[in-house]
Design a protein around this ligand. Structure first.
Ligand SMILES: O=C(O)CCC(=O)C(=O)O
Ligand SMILES: [Fe+2]
Length: 300
């Protein structure tokens, strides 16, 4: 990893914002050339998973983004492709991207991994989209964790970094929606009409090249796209190494071209014991941080 990343460590303001609101935005993390190169690959994958004819089963615009990966989706459907990270070498670059990764270890520490990746393309919806008012698909991430962990608030355990490849600076472009501060609540107050969104619902508005960091406990949702611009976002989920991956993590074919830190992030371990009681070999990120920032940076 390049030491230029130390210029982009988590700031105190970002940390406070994350604790208070459950998310923060960093603009300009990807230069336009990188956005262009990523978009070329995203478009190729989208074409591979999207049928060109009329959609046989038109799905509702706000589907559960945590559903199993789609096979072939129709022209108006949102493609949510899980486990995309092993589908092209370019995606490895974002795993430890110098402008985002320092903020991930700043929030979670060094015993971390990629537990999940998903690529979303939200094309403009069908002409009648929005005719019937529907509530967005509000949820917290990781399904069963929200039922089987007893405490309120729950422990954080994971977060996602969402890399925006297209502009969502205006509403109605398939924006990512959040309920700021809701990561500390069990359930938001949903209006009793069954269709409206909570009052505090906020459309996250970001230009392409931005990253949105969000806590998995934050109540959030995808939204319909009424614009002409397909929305493209790459989601990288980071967690402690002892959490089971949420997708197949089909990445073994890349392991031998990765450095030790990337191998750690892709799930390498000396064995079962190494997830909860890591040796130095399990967590090269820890050694690297100790070497550059001193032992106190990796204490505990
Ligand atoms: O696509 C979106 O805006 C929402 C995605 C989402 O729910 C997630 O990444 O966990
Ligand atoms: Fe989600």
């Amino acid at each position: 990893m390049d030491t230029s990343c130390f210029d982009y460590c988590l700031t105190e303001d970002e940390h406070l914002e994350f604790e208070k609101n459950g998310f923060f935005i960093v603009e300009n993390v990807l230069p336009p050339e990188m956005v262009k190169d990523l978009t070329t690959v995203v478009d190729r994958l989208d074409a591979q998973y999207r049928s060109t004819g009329a959609s046989p089963n038109q799905k509702p615009a706000t589907i559960d983004p945590n559903r199993p990966p789609a096979e072939l989706v129709g022209p108006y459907d949102r493609l949510n492709l899980m486990d995309f990270v092993g589908k092209d070498e370019i995606f490895l670059e974002l795993l430890d991207w110098y402008k985002t990764f320092p903020k991930v270890w700043g929030l979670l520490g060094w015993n971390i991994q990629l537990y999940h990746s998903h690529m979303t393309v939200t094309p403009p919806g069908p002409p009648d989209e929005g005719a019937v008012k529907k509530r967005l698909g509000w949820h917290q991430d990781s399904a069963r964790l929200n039922h089987e962990l007893e405490t309120t608030p729950q422990p954080r355990i994971s977060l996602k970094v969402a890399f925006f490849l297209t502009d969502t600076t205006e509403e109605g472009r398939g924006n990512f929606y959040v309920l700021p501060g809701s990561q500390l609540r069990k359930t938001p107050d949903f209006p009793s009409d069954g269709v409206s969104d909570p009052e505090e619902a906020l459309a996250v508005k970001v230009p392409s090249g931005s990253a949105v960091f969000f806590d998995r406990r934050l109540w959030h949702s995808a939204s319909p796209n009424y614009s002409e611009i397909p929305r493209k976002v790459l989601f990288y989920g980071y967690s402690y190494r002892w959490l089971r991956p949420r997708d197949d993590m089909t990445v073994d074919h890349f392991m031998d071209r990765c450095d030790p830190i990337r191998r750690q992030l892709l799930g390498a371990s000396t064995g079962g014991h190494g997830y909860t009681s890591p040796t130095d070999e399990d967590v090269p990120l820890k050694l690297w941080l100790a070497e550059h920032l001193g032992e106190e940076a990796v204490a505990a």
